[in-house]
Design a protein around this ligand. Structure first.
Ligand code: ADP
Length: 280
C-alpha cells in the first residue's frame, strides 16, 4: 500500500477520502478498541477470544489487527499462511470461526517474520487505507486489536474511527502494568473515547497438581484501579497454560475449551461488555 504524501488541502479529491471512510464505517454497528499500556499482558489474546465469543453468539464480527509491529492475530487464529485478496469491492477479509479477519501481515509479506519498519505518518496512512478499503460488509461488531501503549497508531485509530463505542483496557494485576494502564485511561479520556471496561488478565494460576491458587502477578489490582477511576470492571482471567497453547496453535481457546474457568471468565466479561455497550 502506498502512503499518501499529499496535503488534504492540495489534493484533488480533498474530502472525498473521508466520505469513503465514513461510508465504509457506517456498515459497522459497534466498534470496540482493545488497548493495553504494556505489551505481553494478553491484549491480542483478549481481542481474539472476544471476537470469537461474539461470533459464537451469532453476531457478525470483524477483527482488525492494527498492531503493525507485532501482529499476533494471524498466529492465534491459524492464518499465518493466508494472503488476503482484493476485488472490485475492496480487500476481502480472511474468514475463520465465522469471523472476518484482517491483519497487515496478511497483505504485505510472504515471509510473516519480516519486520515492518515504518515511521508514524506511514502507519497513519496505511491505517486509513485499511479502514477505507476493507470490505467487511455489514457487521455487528468490529474489534480492533491495538499495539501496546498510546503512540501513533492508537492516536490515528481513535481519530479515524471517531464514532467508536469505546475501549477495553487489558492489564495484568501488578503495578508495572497498572501504571501504564492508568496512562491508557488518561489517553482515552483525553481523546473522548469511552472506557468500556478494564479486564484483569493473568490473574491467579490454579496449580494443576495441587489445585492451590498462586497469584503470580498479584490479584485485584485491575479491579481496584477500575473502581478508583470509576470505569467498569469486566473481570479476571486466570493464567491457564491451555490458553497459551491455544494461542500458539491457532485454535481459539474460547471455542475449543468452553468449560474451563478462563473461558467462563471470558464469556462473563463479554456479557458485561455487551451490557455496557447497550446501556450507553
Ligand atoms: P499482548 O497482545 O498484550 O502483547 P498476547 O495476547 O500476545 O499479549 O499474550 C502474550 C502471551 O501470553 C501469549 O503467548 C499468550 O498466549 C499468553 N497469554 C495471554 N493471556 C494468558 C492467560 N490468561 N493464560 C495463559 N497465557 C496467556
Amino acid at each position: 500500500m502506498a502512503e499518501c504524501n499529499k496535503k488534504c488541502s492540495s489534493c484533488e479529491s480533498a474530502g472525498a477520502c473521508d466520505l469513503k471512510l465514513k461510508k465504509r464505517l457506517s456498515s459497522i454497528k459497534h466498534k470496540i478498541m482493545v488497548l493495553s499500556g504494556k505489551g505481553g499482558v494478553g491484549k491480542s489474546s483478549v481481542s481474539v477470544n472476544l471476537a470469537v465469543s461474539l461470533a459464537m453468539n451469532g453476531m457478525k464480527v470483524g477483527l482488525l489487527d492494527i498492531d503493525f509491529h507485532g501482529p499476533s492475530v494471524p498466529t492465534m487464529l491459524g492464518l499465518r499462511k493466508v494472503t488476503l485478496n482484493t476485488d472490485g469491492g475492496g480487500v476481502i477479509p480472511a474468514e475463520v470461526h465465522n469471523l472476518k479477519v484482517v491483519s497487515i501481515s496478511l497483505m504485505l509479506e510472504k515471509d510473516q517474520d519480516n519486520a515492518i519498519i515504518w515511521r508514524g505518518p506511514m502507519k497513519a496512512g496505511v491505517l486509513k487505507q485499511l479502514l477505507e478499503n476493507v470490505n467487511w460488509g455489514e457487521l455487528d461488531y468490529l474489534i480492533m486489536d491495538f499495539p501496546p501503549g498510546t503512540g501513533d497508531e492508537a492516536l490515528s485509530a481513535c481519530q479515524l474511527v471517531s464514532d467508536a463505542d469505546g475501549g477495553v483496557i487489558v492489564t495484568t494485576p501488578q503495578e508495572v502494568s497498572l501504571s501504564d494502564c492508568r496512562r491508557c485511561i488518561s489517553f482515552c479520556r483525553q481523546l473522548g473515547l469511552p472506557v468500556l471496561g478494564v479486564l484483569e488478565n493473568m490473574s491467579g494460576f490454579v496449580c494443576p497438581n495441587c489445585g492451590e491458587v498462586a497469584d503470580i502477578f498479584g490479584c485485584g489490582g485491575g479491579e481496584d484501579m477500575a473502581k478508583s477511576y470509576n470505569v467498569p470492571f469486566l473481570g479476571r482471567i486466570p493464567l491457564d497454560p491451555e490458553l497459551r497453547a491455544s494461542c500458539d496453535s491457532g485454535h481459539p481457546f474460547i471455542y475449543h475449551s468452553q468449560h474451563k474457568p478462563a473461558a467462563l471468565a471470558f464469556a462473563e466479561a463479554v456479557n458485561k461488555l455487551i451490557a455496557e455497550i447497550e446501556s450507553n
